[in-house]
Write a protein that binds this ligand. Structure first.
Ligand SMILES: Cc1cc2nc3c(=O)[nH]c(=O)nc-3n(C[C@H](O)[C@H](O)[C@H](O)COP(=O)(O)OP(=O)(O)OC[C@H]3O[C@@H](n4cnc5c(N)ncnc54)[C@H](O)[C@@H]3O)c2cc1C
Length: 409
């Protein structure tokens, strides 16, 4: 089994060149997760930039990109968030063709459950807002939920009875690591240097402008512009450049069961009970939890959180009570106070940050990369990005999805 895993990893490595870094690039992207790789891909593809390097301290997709539960949806409440995530959704819909790599995007629908009157009112408000923005959405009652998910307990006799749900039919799941590999291969083919096992240890600044990075393995690498796309490590990178981001890093965990026959062909989420579940193409039940309450950088989670999620899932789906769980893991997510991302210039000239996606950035990967590449190439944000400036936390122009959509994944 270990031999197979190593062979598998070797095969990934062979998919792209493993170049030695040059002394200077026009653009350096720090972080080889999905967002960083997508940024590099669109810099090369859309903006014809060939002097681009992605610098990754571990292996590609080894951060949150390869650790998430792959929910893709765009039904956010506020216009700014809805437009950004819907931009990503449209890119998802053509991504396998664009990359010529099967990212296994499966539009099987996502259901967000409501368990009390206020949940249902929030759901109605959000679905109405989605439709006004041209995003598909429906409000389901408990009977309709049961028809779509027969294994769910909609009897009304549970601790959190299912009263209904929001339903986005175009939403779904994708294969997370394939997204990283597809973007990496595409970027590599367009001449981007992807440098793995290379940790950025400092941001080089001269006269208030970023001029390069220092790395543990390859020393200094100079750059015209630098984009930091390091998810849970963004605060550490900002610290290297001498400023703070309004970000907290929290462990977030998930687990999968042994593979079983198909029992669930959609995604069910509940913010109230805080558990959600889908079934992968291999047959594993993919179950996600909430974030740990404390700040941390461990890529694992604490036991009480996972215990709470197991309770919630067993209440919603009694059928899974005797399914064995195979693996559990965690990632470090970067949360902002308004649960919306940062796509922004910074107080340091030529230094840009793409972060703050928290528990829900996988779904944004293509859109985030597309928009951030534009910001890096032009030095100023386009219409989709401008509201996501980090300076909103100074002037108060927040996009409060946290209060609005109870955002979870
Ligand atoms: C358990 C879990 C479940 C989730 N479920 C969902 C979901 O269902 N749907 C959804 O939309 N989102 C979900 N998310 C969130 C989603 O995974 C992230 O928002 C998204 O993957 C972030 O992508 P990224 O490319 O920005 O980050 P990452 O994939 O974490 O990439 C950042 C990279 O930066 C590298 N890096 C950091 N510091 C340095 C340095 N100093 N030098 C060089 N490299 C560095 C890291 O090694 C890492 O590879 C989940 C997250 C977790 C942990």
């Amino acid at each position: 089994m270990i031999k197979n895993a190593l062979q598998h990893q070797e095969n990934w490595q062979r998919m792209w060149r493993n170049p030695k870094p040059k002394a200077h690039y026009d653009f350096i992207v720090v972080g080889g997760g999905g967002h960083g790789l997508a940024t590099a891909y669109y810099l090369a593809k859309v903006h014809n930039q060939s002097s681009v390097a992605v610098i990754e301290k571990g292996w590609l997709g080894g951060g949150n990109t390869g650790r998430n539960t792959t929910i893709v949806r765009s039904n956010y409440l506020w216009d700014e968030a809805a437009h950004l995530y819907e931009h990503a959704m449209k890119l998802w819909e053509g991504l396998s063709q664009d990359l010529n790599y099967n990212v296994m995007f499966s539009q099987r629908g996502v259901m967000n459950l409501g368990h009390n009157l206020q949940d249902m009112r929030d759901i109605e408000r959000r679905v109405n807002a989605n439709r006004l923005n041209g995003i598909d959405g429906e409000v389901l009652d408990a009977q309709q939920c049961k028809e779509i998910v027969p294994i769910m307990d909609c009897s009304g006799s549970t601790r959190y009875p299912v009263l209904g749900a929001s339903w986005q039919p175009r939403a779904g799941v994708a294969r997370h690591d394939a997204v990283a590999w597809g973007y990496a291969r595409g970027a590599d083919q367009l001449g981007v240097d992807i440098i793995q096992q290379c940790e950025v240890t400092d941001i080089l600044i001269e006269d208030g402008a970023a001029v390069g990075v220092d790395t543990r393995q390859h020393g200094q690498i100079k750059a015209g512009r630098i984009g930091c796309v390091a998810a849970g490590n963004s605060g550490v990178l900002a610290g290297m450049a001498g400023f703070e981001l309004p970000i907290e890093s929290h462990p977030l965990q998930a687990f999968v069961s042994e593979p079983i026959k198909p029992i669930l062909d959609t995604v069910v989420m509940s913010n109230a009970v805080h558990g959600y579940m889908s079934q992968s193409d291999k047959g594993d039940l993919v179950i996600g939890a909430g974030i740990d309450g404390y700040v941390g950088y461990g890529q694992r989670g604490s036991y009480p959180v996972i215990e709470h999620t197991v309770h919630a899932i067993m209440e919603l789906f009694p059928i899974v009570s005797r399914v064995r769980m195979n693996r559990q893991w965690g990632g470090i997510v970067d949360t902002t106070p308004d649960a919306c991302p940062i796509l922004s210039a910074t107080p340091v000239e030529n230094l840009f940050f793409n972060c703050g996606w928290g528990t829900g950035g996988f779904k944004a990967t293509p859109g985030s990369g597309h928009v951030f590449a534009d910001l890096l190439a032009k030095g100023k944000p386009n219409k989709l990005a401008e509201a996501f400036t980090m300076f909103r936390f100074y002037d108060g122009a927040l996009i409060d999805e946290h209060g609005a959509a109870g955002v979870a994944h």
